[in-house]
Design a binder for this molecule. Structure first.
Ligand SMILES: [Fe+2]
Ligand SMILES: [Fe+2]
Length: 258
């Protein structure tokens, strides 16, 4: 797929392109990385996107999603199948709370793009190992704004743009970038946020070990020192998770990195 895609093709198909030069540079860098086949094995299923968008044959949007999915995967702090698992948990959770098939299909390929904006974060800040200064932290947090700015160029990526912008908002209004509260946060982003955090809990990160399912479940339901469950999550989603948590563990196992 990727051989058929060129950056100029992407730009040609987005005549209203308002990406600033920083984003264009970031997309170019990501493209070079992917073209070099340097980091990940091909994990993505373009026919799934074709079916979900109802636009089979619209090669350019499939290519765009494929390209961004690979870019998001490379730049996400998790490695391996993190972004694919976030797609699957989000799809499952959307179905569990009774969303219609069009919504469920759209979130199924959009959730994986939540951290795409990291391609536009200053590489020095993104790669910094130690603690971040206030301005560096702000630059990191701006991945939400950068991702939205890139994805909003495509109507088919409207939900992905919404998720990118809002996946760090919290139910109690203490999140970023806009401190939205409760149902003012788009449902797609509330779902992806819970999915992303569950997967982060299951995965070893520089600041924490990997937790078993029971531990991750306990933190989503009741919180811990870092995560205030009631403050973070939509209570309806926590309830749905509580009823179906074994399926999250199933998805984790089916798409494990091992
Ligand atoms: Fe993020
Ligand atoms: Fe993530």
């Amino acid at each position: 797929m990727i051989e058929e895609f060129t950056l100029s093709e992407y730009i040609d198909h987005h005549p209203g392109l308002a990406m600033d030069s920083r984003d264009v540079e970031a997309v170019r860098r990501a493209y070079d990385l992917i073209a070099a086949e340097s980091v990940v094995a091909a994990p993505f299923d373009p026919p799934q996107v074709a079916a979900a968008t109802g636009r089979a044959g619209k090669q350019e949007i499939e290519n765009t999603i494929y390209f961004f999915a690979r870019a998001a995967e490379i730049y996400d702090e998790g490695t391996g199948n993190h972004t694919r698992r976030v797609n699957e948990y989000s799809y499952f959770l959307a179905q569990t709370v009774g969303m219609d098939p069009a919504f469920c299909d759209e979130i199924h390929y959009s959730a994986q793009l939540h951290d795409l904006g990291k391609i536009s974060v200053d590489p020095v800040v993104l790669g910094k190992a130690g603690p971040l200064s206030d301005s560096e932290r702000q630059e990191m947090d701006n991945h939400t704004i950068y991702g939205h700015r890139i994805l909003i160029q495509s109507p088919q990526l409207a939900m992905a743009a919404e998720i990118a912008l809002n996946h760090h908002e919290k139910w109690d209004g203490t999140g970023y970038p806009n401190a939205l509260r409760g149902e003012n946060i788009p449902l797609s982003a509330r779902i992806t946020q819970l999915a992303d955090i569950y997967d982060a809990l299951r995965t070893a990160r520089p600041y924490k070990p990997a937790f078993v399912h029971e531990m991750a479940r306990g933190i989503i339901l009741s919180g811990d020192a870092r995560i205030d469950s009631a403050g973070h999550f939509d209570p309806i989603l926590v309830e749905a998770f509580s009823d179906t948590h074994a399926d999250f563990d199933r998805i984790w196992r089916e798409l494990s990195d091992g």
